[in-house]
Design a protein around this ligand. Structure first.
Ligand code: HEC
Ligand code: HEC
Length: 377
Protein backbone atom coordinates (compact mmCIF):
# COMPACT_ATOMS: atom_id res chain seq x y z
CA UNK A 1 0.00 0.00 0.00
CA UNK A 2 1.47 3.25 -1.11
CA UNK A 3 0.50 5.89 1.34
CA UNK A 4 1.82 9.29 2.06
CA UNK A 5 0.69 11.29 4.99
CA UNK A 6 -0.29 14.84 4.35
CA UNK A 7 2.78 16.97 4.25
CA UNK A 8 2.37 20.60 3.48
CA UNK A 9 5.97 21.49 2.82
CA UNK A 10 7.95 20.75 -0.33
CA UNK A 11 5.26 19.10 -2.46
CA UNK A 12 5.95 18.74 -6.16
CA UNK A 13 3.77 17.25 -8.90
CA UNK A 14 4.57 13.55 -9.27
CA UNK A 15 3.13 11.30 -11.98
CA UNK A 16 0.88 8.75 -10.27
CA UNK A 17 -1.35 7.53 -13.14
CA UNK A 18 0.47 6.31 -16.22
CA UNK A 19 -1.09 7.00 -19.63
CA UNK A 20 -2.57 3.49 -20.13
CA UNK A 21 -4.42 3.75 -16.80
CA UNK A 22 -5.88 7.12 -17.74
CA UNK A 23 -6.71 6.00 -21.27
CA UNK A 24 -8.41 2.91 -19.83
CA UNK A 25 -10.34 4.99 -17.33
CA UNK A 26 -11.71 7.58 -19.74
CA UNK A 27 -12.35 5.16 -22.61
CA UNK A 28 -14.29 2.95 -20.20
CA UNK A 29 -16.32 6.00 -19.17
CA UNK A 30 -17.01 6.71 -22.84
CA UNK A 31 -18.00 3.07 -23.45
CA UNK A 32 -20.37 3.05 -20.50
CA UNK A 33 -22.08 6.28 -21.56
CA UNK A 34 -22.26 5.18 -25.20
CA UNK A 35 -23.69 1.77 -24.28
CA UNK A 36 -26.25 3.46 -22.09
CA UNK A 37 -27.34 5.90 -24.79
CA UNK A 38 -27.54 3.16 -27.45
CA UNK A 39 -29.51 0.61 -25.42
CA UNK A 40 -32.39 0.87 -27.89
CA UNK A 41 -32.27 -1.91 -30.50
CA UNK A 42 -32.02 0.62 -33.32
CA UNK A 43 -28.43 1.35 -32.33
CA UNK A 44 -27.52 -2.23 -31.56
CA UNK A 45 -24.35 -2.22 -33.65
CA UNK A 46 -22.97 0.81 -31.79
CA UNK A 47 -24.06 -0.69 -28.48
CA UNK A 48 -22.34 -3.99 -29.28
CA UNK A 49 -19.18 -2.19 -30.37
CA UNK A 50 -19.13 -0.34 -27.04
CA UNK A 51 -19.47 -3.74 -25.38
CA UNK A 52 -16.58 -5.27 -27.31
CA UNK A 53 -14.42 -2.25 -26.58
CA UNK A 54 -15.32 -2.59 -22.91
CA UNK A 55 -14.32 -6.26 -23.03
CA UNK A 56 -10.95 -5.36 -24.49
CA UNK A 57 -10.44 -2.61 -21.92
CA UNK A 58 -11.32 -4.87 -18.98
CA UNK A 59 -9.01 -7.64 -20.22
CA UNK A 60 -6.28 -5.06 -20.63
CA UNK A 61 -6.86 -3.67 -17.14
CA UNK A 62 -6.73 -7.13 -15.56
CA UNK A 63 -3.39 -7.73 -17.27
CA UNK A 64 -2.17 -4.23 -16.42
CA UNK A 65 -2.97 -4.98 -12.77
CA UNK A 66 0.02 -7.30 -12.84
CA UNK A 67 2.48 -5.53 -15.14
CA UNK A 68 1.35 -1.90 -15.00
CA UNK A 69 3.89 -0.71 -12.44
CA UNK A 70 3.35 1.24 -9.19
CA UNK A 71 -0.18 2.55 -8.39
CA UNK A 72 -1.70 0.55 -11.30
CA UNK A 73 -0.79 -2.87 -9.89
CA UNK A 74 -3.34 -4.84 -7.90
CA UNK A 75 -0.83 -5.36 -5.08
CA UNK A 76 -1.07 -1.60 -4.56
CA UNK A 77 -4.83 -2.05 -4.06
CA UNK A 78 -6.36 -2.67 -0.70
CA UNK A 79 -8.41 -5.83 -0.43
CA UNK A 80 -8.93 -5.88 3.32
CA UNK A 81 -12.43 -4.84 4.41
CA UNK A 82 -11.10 -3.43 7.68
CA UNK A 83 -9.03 -0.91 5.79
CA UNK A 84 -12.13 0.13 3.89
CA UNK A 85 -14.05 0.56 7.15
CA UNK A 86 -11.19 2.50 8.75
CA UNK A 87 -11.03 4.67 5.70
CA UNK A 88 -14.77 5.36 5.78
CA UNK A 89 -14.51 6.19 9.49
CA UNK A 90 -11.76 8.64 8.61
CA UNK A 91 -14.01 10.22 6.00
CA UNK A 92 -16.86 10.54 8.51
CA UNK A 93 -14.45 12.26 10.92
CA UNK A 94 -13.45 14.45 7.99
CA UNK A 95 -9.86 13.26 8.37
CA UNK A 96 -9.34 10.46 5.86
CA UNK A 97 -5.68 9.50 5.33
CA UNK A 98 -4.42 10.59 1.93
CA UNK A 99 -3.44 7.87 -0.55
CA UNK A 100 -1.51 8.68 -3.69
CA UNK A 101 -2.83 5.60 -5.45
CA UNK A 102 -6.30 4.25 -4.87
CA UNK A 103 -7.71 4.56 -1.37
CA UNK A 104 -9.28 1.35 0.07
CA UNK A 105 -12.83 2.40 -0.84
CA UNK A 106 -11.68 3.32 -4.35
CA UNK A 107 -9.95 -0.06 -4.68
CA UNK A 108 -13.21 -1.78 -3.86
CA UNK A 109 -15.09 0.36 -6.35
CA UNK A 110 -12.64 -0.86 -8.99
CA UNK A 111 -13.03 -4.52 -8.03
CA UNK A 112 -16.80 -4.13 -8.21
CA UNK A 113 -16.71 -2.23 -11.50
CA UNK A 114 -14.41 -4.79 -13.13
CA UNK A 115 -16.54 -7.71 -11.88
CA UNK A 116 -19.77 -6.07 -12.99
CA UNK A 117 -18.16 -5.20 -16.32
CA UNK A 118 -17.23 -8.84 -16.91
CA UNK A 119 -20.74 -10.03 -15.96
CA UNK A 120 -22.35 -7.40 -18.16
CA UNK A 121 -20.27 -8.44 -21.13
CA UNK A 122 -21.05 -12.14 -20.64
CA UNK A 123 -24.80 -11.63 -20.21
CA UNK A 124 -24.76 -9.20 -23.13
CA UNK A 125 -23.14 -11.75 -25.43
CA UNK A 126 -25.52 -14.50 -24.29
CA UNK A 127 -28.52 -12.20 -24.76
CA UNK A 128 -27.33 -11.08 -28.19
CA UNK A 129 -26.71 -14.69 -29.23
CA UNK A 130 -30.12 -15.84 -28.00
CA UNK A 131 -32.33 -12.92 -28.92
CA UNK A 132 -30.70 -11.84 -32.16
CA UNK A 133 -28.69 -14.94 -33.14
CA UNK A 134 -25.62 -12.75 -33.44
CA UNK A 135 -22.16 -12.50 -32.00
CA UNK A 136 -19.76 -15.26 -30.94
CA UNK A 137 -22.41 -17.03 -28.82
CA UNK A 138 -25.12 -16.91 -31.52
CA UNK A 139 -27.65 -19.70 -31.24
CA UNK A 140 -26.33 -21.03 -27.93
CA UNK A 141 -29.59 -19.96 -26.30
CA UNK A 142 -33.01 -19.61 -27.90
CA UNK A 143 -35.05 -16.40 -27.94
CA UNK A 144 -36.81 -16.68 -24.54
CA UNK A 145 -33.58 -17.76 -22.77
CA UNK A 146 -31.73 -14.91 -24.48
CA UNK A 147 -34.44 -12.52 -23.33
CA UNK A 148 -33.96 -13.58 -19.70
CA UNK A 149 -30.20 -13.02 -19.97
CA UNK A 150 -30.95 -9.67 -21.53
CA UNK A 151 -33.05 -8.73 -18.48
CA UNK A 152 -30.16 -9.74 -16.23
CA UNK A 153 -27.82 -7.68 -18.43
CA UNK A 154 -29.98 -4.62 -17.81
CA UNK A 155 -30.16 -5.24 -14.08
CA UNK A 156 -26.37 -5.52 -13.91
CA UNK A 157 -26.01 -2.31 -15.91
CA UNK A 158 -28.18 -0.51 -13.33
CA UNK A 159 -26.03 -1.96 -10.55
CA UNK A 160 -22.94 -0.71 -12.33
CA UNK A 161 -24.54 2.72 -12.62
CA UNK A 162 -25.07 2.67 -8.83
CA UNK A 163 -21.41 1.79 -8.24
CA UNK A 164 -20.35 4.52 -10.68
CA UNK A 165 -22.52 6.97 -8.75
CA UNK A 166 -20.96 5.92 -5.44
CA UNK A 167 -17.50 6.22 -7.00
CA UNK A 168 -18.30 9.77 -8.17
CA UNK A 169 -19.53 10.75 -4.70
CA UNK A 170 -16.32 9.27 -3.25
CA UNK A 171 -14.19 11.27 -5.68
CA UNK A 172 -16.07 14.45 -4.83
CA UNK A 173 -15.84 13.93 -1.06
CA UNK A 174 -12.15 13.09 -1.13
CA UNK A 175 -11.40 16.00 -3.44
CA UNK A 176 -13.14 18.35 -1.01
CA UNK A 177 -11.58 16.91 2.15
CA UNK A 178 -8.05 16.96 0.72
CA UNK A 179 -8.61 20.13 -1.29
CA UNK A 180 -7.22 18.45 -4.37
CA UNK A 181 -8.83 17.93 -7.77
CA UNK A 182 -8.85 14.16 -8.29
CA UNK A 183 -10.58 14.40 -11.65
CA UNK A 184 -7.76 16.56 -12.94
CA UNK A 185 -5.25 14.07 -11.52
CA UNK A 186 -6.90 11.30 -13.56
CA UNK A 187 -6.62 13.52 -16.64
CA UNK A 188 -3.04 14.76 -16.22
CA UNK A 189 -1.72 11.85 -14.17
CA UNK A 190 -0.04 14.18 -11.67
CA UNK A 191 -0.66 14.65 -7.97
CA UNK A 192 1.28 16.82 -5.53
CA UNK A 193 3.58 14.67 -3.39
CA UNK A 194 6.92 14.68 -1.64
CA UNK A 195 9.80 14.98 -4.06
CA UNK A 196 11.20 11.53 -3.21
CA UNK A 197 7.89 9.74 -4.01
CA UNK A 198 8.11 6.91 -6.53
CA UNK A 199 6.69 8.19 -9.82
CA UNK A 200 4.88 6.07 -12.40
CA UNK A 201 6.52 5.81 -15.83
CA UNK A 202 4.47 7.40 -18.62
CA UNK A 203 4.20 4.08 -20.55
CA UNK A 204 3.41 6.03 -23.71
CA UNK A 205 4.37 3.13 -25.99
CA UNK A 206 1.71 0.86 -24.50
CA UNK A 207 -0.76 3.74 -24.70
CA UNK A 208 0.05 4.26 -28.39
CA UNK A 209 -0.62 0.59 -29.11
CA UNK A 210 -3.93 0.91 -27.26
CA UNK A 211 -5.02 3.92 -29.31
CA UNK A 212 -4.10 2.17 -32.57
CA UNK A 213 -6.03 -0.94 -31.54
CA UNK A 214 -9.13 1.04 -30.55
CA UNK A 215 -9.15 2.95 -33.85
CA UNK A 216 -8.47 -0.20 -35.89
CA UNK A 217 -11.28 -2.03 -34.07
CA UNK A 218 -13.69 0.80 -34.83
CA UNK A 219 -12.74 0.89 -38.50
CA UNK A 220 -13.19 -2.88 -38.88
CA UNK A 221 -16.49 -2.86 -37.02
CA UNK A 222 -18.02 0.08 -38.88
CA UNK A 223 -16.43 -0.50 -42.31
CA UNK A 224 -19.87 -1.44 -43.70
CA UNK A 225 -20.95 2.17 -43.28
CA UNK A 226 -17.84 3.40 -45.06
CA UNK A 227 -18.45 1.14 -48.08
CA UNK A 228 -22.29 1.32 -48.13
CA UNK A 229 -24.06 2.14 -51.39
CA UNK A 230 -27.78 2.96 -51.88
CA UNK A 231 -28.31 -0.45 -53.54
CA UNK A 232 -26.51 -2.34 -50.81
CA UNK A 233 -27.31 -0.56 -47.59
CA UNK A 234 -25.18 -1.77 -44.77
CA UNK A 235 -26.58 -4.75 -42.90
CA UNK A 236 -24.85 -4.66 -39.55
CA UNK A 237 -25.04 -8.30 -38.53
CA UNK A 238 -25.02 -11.72 -40.08
CA UNK A 239 -25.77 -14.58 -37.74
CA UNK A 240 -25.41 -18.33 -38.28
CA UNK A 241 -28.01 -19.98 -40.54
CA UNK A 242 -31.14 -21.55 -39.10
CA UNK A 243 -31.50 -25.34 -39.40
CA UNK A 244 -32.03 -26.45 -43.00
CA UNK A 245 -33.07 -29.69 -44.69
CA UNK A 246 -32.64 -30.67 -48.35
CA UNK A 247 -35.76 -32.82 -48.78
CA UNK A 248 -37.95 -30.18 -47.09
CA UNK A 249 -36.53 -27.40 -49.24
CA UNK A 250 -37.06 -29.44 -52.40
CA UNK A 251 -40.63 -30.64 -51.68
CA UNK A 252 -41.98 -27.60 -49.87
CA UNK A 253 -40.21 -25.02 -52.01
CA UNK A 254 -41.60 -26.27 -55.33
CA UNK A 255 -44.71 -24.05 -55.50
CA UNK A 256 -43.87 -21.25 -53.06
CA UNK A 257 -41.14 -20.17 -50.69
CA UNK A 258 -40.17 -23.03 -48.38
CA UNK A 259 -41.67 -21.46 -45.23
CA UNK A 260 -39.26 -22.04 -42.40
CA UNK A 261 -40.49 -24.47 -39.67
CA UNK A 262 -39.99 -21.72 -37.05
CA UNK A 263 -42.94 -19.81 -38.54
CA UNK A 264 -45.71 -22.14 -37.25
CA UNK A 265 -46.28 -24.27 -34.13
CA UNK A 266 -45.73 -28.04 -34.23
CA UNK A 267 -49.47 -28.82 -34.19
CA UNK A 268 -49.93 -26.82 -37.40
CA UNK A 269 -47.19 -28.74 -39.19
CA UNK A 270 -48.54 -32.11 -38.01
CA UNK A 271 -52.02 -31.28 -39.29
CA UNK A 272 -50.63 -29.91 -42.54
CA UNK A 273 -48.56 -33.04 -43.18
CA UNK A 274 -51.47 -35.32 -42.27
CA UNK A 275 -53.59 -33.48 -44.84
CA UNK A 276 -50.90 -33.22 -47.50
CA UNK A 277 -53.20 -34.69 -50.17
CA UNK A 278 -55.56 -31.70 -49.78
CA UNK A 279 -52.93 -28.94 -49.24
CA UNK A 280 -54.74 -25.69 -50.08
CA UNK A 281 -56.64 -27.57 -52.82
CA UNK A 282 -53.44 -29.18 -54.09
CA UNK A 283 -52.39 -32.81 -53.68
CA UNK A 284 -48.69 -32.94 -52.77
CA UNK A 285 -48.46 -36.69 -53.62
CA UNK A 286 -45.85 -37.35 -50.94
CA UNK A 287 -44.77 -40.88 -49.92
CA UNK A 288 -45.29 -41.77 -46.23
CA UNK A 289 -41.50 -41.85 -45.67
CA UNK A 290 -41.13 -38.40 -47.14
CA UNK A 291 -44.02 -37.09 -45.04
CA UNK A 292 -42.42 -38.53 -41.89
CA UNK A 293 -38.99 -37.09 -42.65
CA UNK A 294 -40.26 -33.61 -43.47
CA UNK A 295 -42.65 -33.62 -40.52
CA UNK A 296 -39.82 -34.54 -38.15
CA UNK A 297 -37.77 -31.57 -39.40
CA UNK A 298 -40.76 -29.19 -39.19
CA UNK A 299 -41.70 -30.28 -35.65
CA UNK A 300 -38.12 -30.23 -34.37
CA UNK A 301 -37.68 -26.58 -35.39
CA UNK A 302 -41.24 -25.33 -34.93
CA UNK A 303 -42.19 -21.93 -33.54
CA UNK A 304 -42.28 -23.22 -29.93
CA UNK A 305 -38.50 -23.70 -30.05
CA UNK A 306 -38.08 -19.93 -30.20
CA UNK A 307 -35.22 -20.07 -32.71
CA UNK A 308 -35.91 -16.44 -33.62
CA UNK A 309 -37.80 -13.58 -32.10
CA UNK A 310 -40.45 -13.89 -34.82
CA UNK A 311 -40.86 -17.62 -34.09
CA UNK A 312 -41.38 -16.99 -30.41
CA UNK A 313 -43.80 -14.13 -30.93
CA UNK A 314 -45.79 -15.95 -33.61
CA UNK A 315 -46.26 -18.86 -31.23
CA UNK A 316 -47.17 -16.61 -28.32
CA UNK A 317 -49.77 -14.83 -30.43
CA UNK A 318 -51.74 -17.93 -31.50
CA UNK A 319 -54.36 -19.14 -28.99
CA UNK A 320 -53.42 -22.61 -27.75
CA UNK A 321 -56.73 -24.14 -28.91
CA UNK A 322 -56.23 -22.97 -32.51
CA UNK A 323 -54.39 -24.85 -35.21
CA UNK A 324 -53.59 -22.39 -37.98
CA UNK A 325 -52.42 -23.60 -41.35
CA UNK A 326 -51.46 -20.13 -42.49
CA UNK A 327 -48.61 -18.02 -41.10
CA UNK A 328 -50.45 -15.07 -42.61
CA UNK A 329 -53.32 -15.66 -40.17
CA UNK A 330 -51.18 -15.61 -37.02
CA UNK A 331 -52.05 -12.52 -34.91
CA UNK A 332 -48.37 -11.50 -34.70
CA UNK A 333 -48.02 -11.65 -38.48
CA UNK A 334 -51.25 -9.66 -38.93
CA UNK A 335 -50.09 -7.05 -36.43
CA UNK A 336 -46.70 -6.62 -38.11
CA UNK A 337 -48.30 -6.22 -41.56
CA UNK A 338 -51.45 -4.26 -40.71
CA UNK A 339 -50.13 -1.04 -42.18
CA UNK A 340 -49.49 -2.54 -45.61
CA UNK A 341 -52.24 -1.49 -48.03
CA UNK A 342 -54.19 -3.82 -50.33
CA UNK A 343 -52.67 -1.97 -53.26
CA UNK A 344 -49.20 -3.01 -52.06
CA UNK A 345 -50.20 -6.65 -51.68
CA UNK A 346 -51.63 -6.64 -55.20
CA UNK A 347 -48.63 -4.88 -56.70
CA UNK A 348 -47.05 -7.21 -59.29
CA UNK A 349 -43.67 -6.72 -57.57
CA UNK A 350 -45.14 -8.14 -54.36
CA UNK A 351 -47.68 -10.57 -55.75
CA UNK A 352 -49.55 -11.51 -52.59
CA UNK A 353 -48.99 -11.99 -48.89
CA UNK A 354 -47.52 -15.45 -49.31
CA UNK A 355 -44.62 -14.10 -51.34
CA UNK A 356 -42.55 -13.15 -48.29
CA UNK A 357 -39.32 -12.83 -50.26
CA UNK A 358 -40.67 -9.81 -52.15
CA UNK A 359 -40.08 -7.73 -49.02
CA UNK A 360 -37.81 -9.86 -46.82
CA UNK A 361 -34.42 -10.44 -48.41
CA UNK A 362 -33.73 -13.22 -45.90
CA UNK A 363 -37.12 -15.00 -46.23
CA UNK A 364 -35.54 -18.17 -47.62
CA UNK A 365 -33.22 -18.37 -44.62
CA UNK A 366 -36.17 -17.87 -42.27
CA UNK A 367 -34.53 -15.22 -40.09
CA UNK A 368 -36.74 -12.19 -40.97
CA UNK A 369 -34.22 -9.68 -39.63
CA UNK A 370 -35.32 -6.07 -39.46
CA UNK A 371 -32.25 -5.08 -41.46
CA UNK A 372 -33.26 -7.40 -44.33
CA UNK A 373 -36.72 -5.84 -44.67
CA UNK A 374 -36.92 -4.13 -48.01
CA UNK A 375 -40.24 -2.90 -49.44
CA UNK A 376 -40.15 -2.84 -53.26
CA UNK A 377 -40.18 0.89 -54.20
C1 HEC B 1 -48.10 -28.26 -55.46
C2 HEC B 1 -47.75 -26.97 -54.92
C3 HEC B 1 -47.42 -26.90 -53.42
C4 HEC B 1 -46.48 -27.62 -52.77
C5 HEC B 1 -45.51 -28.66 -53.29
C6 HEC B 1 -46.52 -27.16 -51.38
N1 HEC B 1 -47.47 -26.19 -51.25
FE1 HEC B 1 -47.83 -25.10 -49.58
N2 HEC B 1 -49.21 -24.03 -50.56
C7 HEC B 1 -49.61 -24.27 -51.87
C8 HEC B 1 -50.65 -23.32 -52.20
C9 HEC B 1 -51.37 -23.21 -53.54
C10 HEC B 1 -50.86 -22.53 -51.06
C11 HEC B 1 -51.82 -21.38 -50.90
C12 HEC B 1 -51.09 -20.12 -51.40
C13 HEC B 1 -51.92 -18.86 -51.36
O1 HEC B 1 -52.82 -18.74 -50.57
O2 HEC B 1 -51.57 -17.95 -52.14
C14 HEC B 1 -49.94 -23.02 -50.05
C15 HEC B 1 -49.82 -22.46 -48.78
C16 HEC B 1 -48.96 -22.92 -47.81
C17 HEC B 1 -48.86 -22.35 -46.49
C18 HEC B 1 -49.62 -21.17 -45.94
C19 HEC B 1 -48.96 -19.83 -46.33
C20 HEC B 1 -49.64 -18.72 -45.61
O3 HEC B 1 -49.17 -18.38 -44.50
O4 HEC B 1 -50.63 -18.16 -46.12
C21 HEC B 1 -47.95 -23.10 -45.81
C22 HEC B 1 -47.48 -22.89 -44.39
C23 HEC B 1 -47.49 -24.13 -46.70
N3 HEC B 1 -48.11 -23.97 -47.92
C24 HEC B 1 -46.57 -25.10 -46.36
C25 HEC B 1 -46.14 -26.09 -47.25
C26 HEC B 1 -45.27 -27.15 -46.86
C27 HEC B 1 -44.74 -27.40 -45.46
C28 HEC B 1 -45.01 -27.87 -47.97
C29 HEC B 1 -44.18 -29.13 -48.08
C30 HEC B 1 -44.65 -30.24 -47.36
C31 HEC B 1 -45.76 -27.24 -49.06
N4 HEC B 1 -46.43 -26.17 -48.57
C32 HEC B 1 -45.71 -27.67 -50.37
C33 HEC B 1 -49.06 -25.15 -52.75
C34 HEC B 1 -48.04 -26.01 -52.46
C1 HEC C 1 -45.31 -6.21 -48.93
C2 HEC C 1 -44.11 -6.60 -48.26
C3 HEC C 1 -44.15 -7.75 -47.27
C4 HEC C 1 -44.44 -9.06 -47.51
C5 HEC C 1 -44.85 -9.70 -48.82
C6 HEC C 1 -44.25 -9.75 -46.27
N1 HEC C 1 -43.83 -8.89 -45.30
FE1 HEC C 1 -43.26 -9.35 -43.43
N2 HEC C 1 -42.96 -7.39 -43.01
C7 HEC C 1 -43.11 -6.36 -43.91
C8 HEC C 1 -42.85 -5.12 -43.23
C9 HEC C 1 -42.93 -3.72 -43.86
C10 HEC C 1 -42.53 -5.44 -41.89
C11 HEC C 1 -42.08 -4.49 -40.81
C12 HEC C 1 -43.15 -4.18 -39.85
C13 HEC C 1 -42.55 -3.41 -38.68
O1 HEC C 1 -41.36 -3.10 -38.66
O2 HEC C 1 -43.30 -3.17 -37.75
C14 HEC C 1 -42.61 -6.88 -41.80
C15 HEC C 1 -42.34 -7.58 -40.63
C16 HEC C 1 -42.30 -8.96 -40.57
C17 HEC C 1 -41.92 -9.71 -39.42
C18 HEC C 1 -41.49 -9.14 -38.11
C19 HEC C 1 -40.00 -8.93 -38.10
C20 HEC C 1 -39.57 -8.51 -36.74
O3 HEC C 1 -39.50 -7.31 -36.51
O4 HEC C 1 -39.32 -9.38 -35.93
C21 HEC C 1 -42.01 -11.04 -39.73
C22 HEC C 1 -41.67 -12.21 -38.86
C23 HEC C 1 -42.48 -11.10 -41.08
N3 HEC C 1 -42.64 -9.84 -41.57
C24 HEC C 1 -42.73 -12.27 -41.73
C25 HEC C 1 -43.28 -12.35 -42.99
C26 HEC C 1 -43.64 -13.59 -43.63
C27 HEC C 1 -43.48 -14.96 -43.01
C28 HEC C 1 -44.14 -13.26 -44.84
C29 HEC C 1 -44.69 -14.21 -45.90
C30 HEC C 1 -45.70 -15.11 -45.44
C31 HEC C 1 -44.06 -11.81 -44.97
N4 HEC C 1 -43.55 -11.29 -43.83
C32 HEC C 1 -44.44 -11.10 -46.08
C33 HEC C 1 -43.42 -6.48 -45.24
C34 HEC C 1 -43.78 -7.63 -45.88
Amino acid sequence: MTQSQEQNSKQTPVRIWNIPVRLFHWTLVACFITAWLTRDNRYLDIHVFAGYLMTGLILFRLLWGFIGGPYACFHDFSFDWHEVLDYIKGVLNKKPPRFLGHNPAGSWAIYLLLTLGVLIVITGLLGLGGEERQGPLAGLLNYPQGKRLQDLHELLAWLMLCVVGTHLIGVLVESLLHKENLVRAMLTGYKPAKADTIAAASQWKTATVMVIMIIAGGVVWFQGYLTATPEQPYQPFVGPDLPDHDLWREECGACHLAFHPSLLPARSWKTMMAEQDTHFAEDLFLEPDTVAEIEAFLVENSAEQGLTEAAWKINQSIPKDQTLLRITEAPYWLKKHQEISDATWQDPKVNGKVNCAACHLDAAKGTFEDAAMHLPN
